[in-house]
Write a new protein. Sequence first.
Length: 423
Amino acid sequence: MPEAVRSRFVIDVSRLIWRLWTGRRPTGIDRVCLAYVAHFAPQSLAMVQHGNVRAVLNRADSAALFALLLGAAPQGFRARLLAILGRVMIGVRRGDPAELIYLNLGHTGLDNPGLGPWLRRSELKPVVLLHDLIPITHPHLCRPGEAERHGRRMRAVLGWADGVIANSAATQSDFADFARDAGRPLPPVLVAPLGVEPGGVAKQVALPDRRWFVVIGTIEARKNHAFLLDVWRDLAARFGAATPLLVIIGQRGWEAEEAIARLDRIDPERDHVLELGGCSDAVLAAWLNGATALLMPSVVEGFGLPVAEALAAGTPVIASDLPVYREYAGDIPLYLPASDAARWTDAIIDFLSGEGDALRQRALIADYRPPDWPQHLALVEPWLAALEDGDQSKPSARNASPSPASSAAPRGSASSSTTMRVE
């Protein structure tokens, strides 16, 4: 009988549980969480938290929970989840997952003052994957109170994290600025660009017999959807029935009342705008692959996966000029100021010709290799191993550049054991 794989990590899956429970489609952060679960599950226990209740599951229940979370829209998800969590809360056996590395991949519970003391008592080594500091750097683009809440998260990370994985050098820089302003030292930080999943098979869907541009992402203030609607209003006034279609793919979010109110009044035939809220990956791939270009006029991003996904699919990009895009897309996209409607309008018209910058991008895209999960994990795994061994000589920060694309992170299944801790 093969020897059981040793548990090395405790993965906090609370965010994934909440998202699936509420029936919401995965966001970019959710996809990152799932990629880590897929890769590290054989070496990990699952942790769940809700309010002040925290539990580390045993190996058997962790394996069952990981498999449930990695399933594609599993039938009976709630019943199966409750059965697993019910075994956690009944007949509790105290175990000691001491010295394991705790991975918080979605910022869940970081603002809860009880999490740090619980981690210390459990003798876990906390590592946080940091996605952005946007609520702090751009509070006007976020929900009321989110700046204060995110500030509590970041102060907590500075207070008890043994290490931080930053998704980009831009995020690492913002975190360093926050630490400096707070008068706190930085924990060890690894910069590891997120992976882009290999392009899925596009679903055969009825696509329009006309040109279209696509924008992908949650409809929220920082994504600048209202700006694009202004651009399309001007295009429709100039070109009438010849106006290209703007396809908006993303769930409705927050602080975007103007854009959402306008979308509620949209007539696709008149306004040449189509909103697709709950779009499967296969349907999204069909729209992205056939688009004249991806439009990303975001005011700020922590990473911005759609840009890399579009280039990987061979689709040109027009984007706001953000440093994080240049980290992994270089000079391929056409970068424009996020507030210059005239230049965006001119660029869109130019792209319809298939010449100029569209032609330039298509030539460069042929050799583009997006950051991928094997590359990300090749940075993360030795860094975590050094942290696990208590080696403090590792670099406090490290940059990575895209390497040739390869397959997605492997999905594994965990074996059984009996370690459990509940509080």
